[in-house]
Design a protein around this ligand. Structure first.
Ligand code: NAD
Length: 503
């Protein structure tokens, strides 16, 4: 049984006779490999109580102490990179190299958090009035919670916990129940790095655990990453409970290819972004927008790229793309492909009947799929499919492409492939999108910038990690201070009843 991590130790939970658990599968074989405990409200209460009792001392600990722990944790992540990647591959299905990449991108946030003394430096104004100084600084919130999706079981939680902890908070993580094991290993590495018990806790679970966190009076803030309907729900329920919330949702990311683009390069990049991790990335490209007469050449090049990809178990170094995460995910993806064909789109590459050595029967494999002639009214265009399916939409002009991108309710990422700086600049400025790639298909910001989409891809005011992450996990205090010299006339001056003005 994959257990919770509360107050520095593994625990099966409250011992509730109604205790629930869920299966965890190996997506490459379809075999149930373990079960994960699903937290009850009592288990969530225990985790929040552990965090609350640790938060005070941790929030008061020196910046030197906090950075020492973070530097050690960073080194442990590097040393255990391969082990963490193997855990991710065994439960998520992505290929090992991709899993290693996710561990590295998560570690970069820890590296950013190691600079917390610099990031938390306040501002000081001398002599704002005669003998009066003003300064501001930021304090931790207390207990904060993170709720994460299945598709990046190491990196997405790492967008949250290193910064929250560096800022002096205690953290309760509710990872995805589909690939829960990596979070437990992260908890052990934090403990080995010297983090006090209770500062980082993990509760596994489903909606019941999420609701308990959203409603808990001792949780000051919630970071959520997942699908749009759940993000919207989390934002509204946690906001109603008076919490600070950032809730990142789903995506439908477009890659626009202009006629002046290097088509072979664009196709290579777009195929990698569409089919990497079997399309299960919030920054995956799921729509290629072919502008003008580039369309036929682009579709041909994309077809060649899609057919070339080696699909197989994530643990096989020869595989470039693994399975999708569950049998239900496979069914969903296959259903979308079938209905797209019925709606009149052309299946240029059909991944439903994958014949590749290594892609074993029983595993949740779907091959790279390319659908041409998709229109904005089709379900395959509108919905986030979250699988290795790339839709091609043909438009006449660059302005049509911008209009198409802006009409989408999602606003996570978009890319443009072009040789024209002017066209790229126009696209960058005019699109209602949080993260733009110029000749770059997956424009994920580095840890020292912030990550987040617009529109239905993010509910809340601030993005994750980077400077906005530090702002999210702290609140500001402003101090106005006078230390009159006992001998000065100021000390004898009677306070005025008027609103203070600078004199
Ligand atoms: P999901 O929304 O199903 O689950 C996310 C988390 O919410 C999980 O921890 C899950 O246990 C919990 N949850 C699920 N249903 C719930 C409910 N009804 N009430 C309360 N909690 C619930 O998402 P997923 O399938 O795990 O992940 C894929 C989704 O995440 C995709 O839509 C993808 O685009 C999105 N995503 C977005 C970003 C981003 O940065 N915007 C990053 C990664 C993934």
């Amino acid at each position: 049984m994959i257990e919770h991590w509360i107050a520095g130790a593994r625990t099966a939970g409250s011992g509730d006779p109604q205790a629930r658990s869920a299966p965890v599968f190996d997506p490459a074989t379809g075999r149930e490999q373990s079960r994960v405990a699903l937290a009850s409200t009592a288990d969530v209460d225990a985790a929040v109580a552990a965090a609350k009792s640790a938060a005070g001392a941790w929030g008061d600990s020196s910046l030197a102490r906090r950075t020492k722990v973070l530097f050690s944790f960073r080194d442990l992540l590097e040393r255990h990179e391969d082990e963490l990647a193997r855990i991710v591959t065994s439960e998520h299905g992505k290929v090992l190299d991709d899993a290693r990449g996710e561990v590295q991108r998560g570690r970069e946030v820890v590296e950013f958090a190691c600079g917390i003394p610099q990031l938390l430096k306040g501002a000081y104004s001398d002599q704002v009035s005669t003998g009066v100084d003003a300064f501001g600084f930021r304090l931790p919130l207390g207990v904060v919670a993170g709720i994460s999706p299945f598709n990046f079981p190491v990196m997405v939680p790492a967008w949250m916990h290193p910064i929250a902890i560096a800022c002096g908070n205690a953290f309760v993580l509710k990872p995805s129940e589909r690939d829960p094991s990596a979070s437990l290993r992260i908890a052990e590495l934090y403990a080995e790095a010297g983090l006090p018990d209770g500062v980082f806790n993990v509760v596994h679970g489903d909606k019941a655990a999420v609701d308990a966190l959203l409603d808990h009076p001792d949780v000051a803030a919630v970071s959520f990453v997942g699908s749009t309907p759940v993000a919207r729900y989390v934002h509204s329920r946690a906001s109603a409970a008076g919490k600070r919330v950032q809730a990142l949702g789903g995506a439908k990311n477009h890659a626009v290819v202009l006629p002046d683009a290097d088509v072979a390069n664009a196709a290579r990049q777009i195929a990698a972004a569409a089919y990497g991790s079997a399309g299960q990335r919030c920054m995956a490209i799921s729509v290629a927008v072919a502008v003008g007469d580039v369309a036929d050449a682009l579709v041909q090049a994309l077809r060649d790229e899609a057919r070339r990809i080696r699909v197989g178990p994530g643990s096989d170094p020869a595989s470039e793309m693994g399975p999708v995460v569950t049998a239900q995910a496979r069914e969903r993806v296959v259903g979308y492909v079938g209905r797209a064909e019925e709606a009149g789109a052309r299946l240029t590459v059909d991944g439903r009947t994958l014949e590749q050595p290594g892609a074993a029967a029983g595993g949740y494999f779907v091959g790279p799929t390319l659908i041409d002639g998709v229109t904005p009214s089709m379900e395959a265009y509108r919905d986030e499919i979250f699988g290795p399916v790339l839709a091609v939409v043909r438009v006449d002009t660059a302005q049509d492409a911008i209009d198409l991108v802006n009409a989408s309710p999602y606003g996570n990422g978009a890319a443009i492939f072009t040789g024209s700086g002017g066209a790229a600049r126009e696209f960058t400025r005019r699109t209602q999108i949080g993260m733009i790639g110029v000749n770059v298909p997956i424009p994920v910001p580095m840890a020292y910038h912030s990550f987040g989409g617009w529109k239905d891809s993010l509910f809340g005011d601030v993005h994750v990690h980077g400077p906005e992450g530090v702002a999210f996990y702290t609140r500001a205090k402003a101090v106005t201070s006078r230390w009159p010299d006992a001998a000065s006339a100021m000390a004898a001056e009677a306070p005025s009843l008027s609103f203070p003005n600078a004199t």
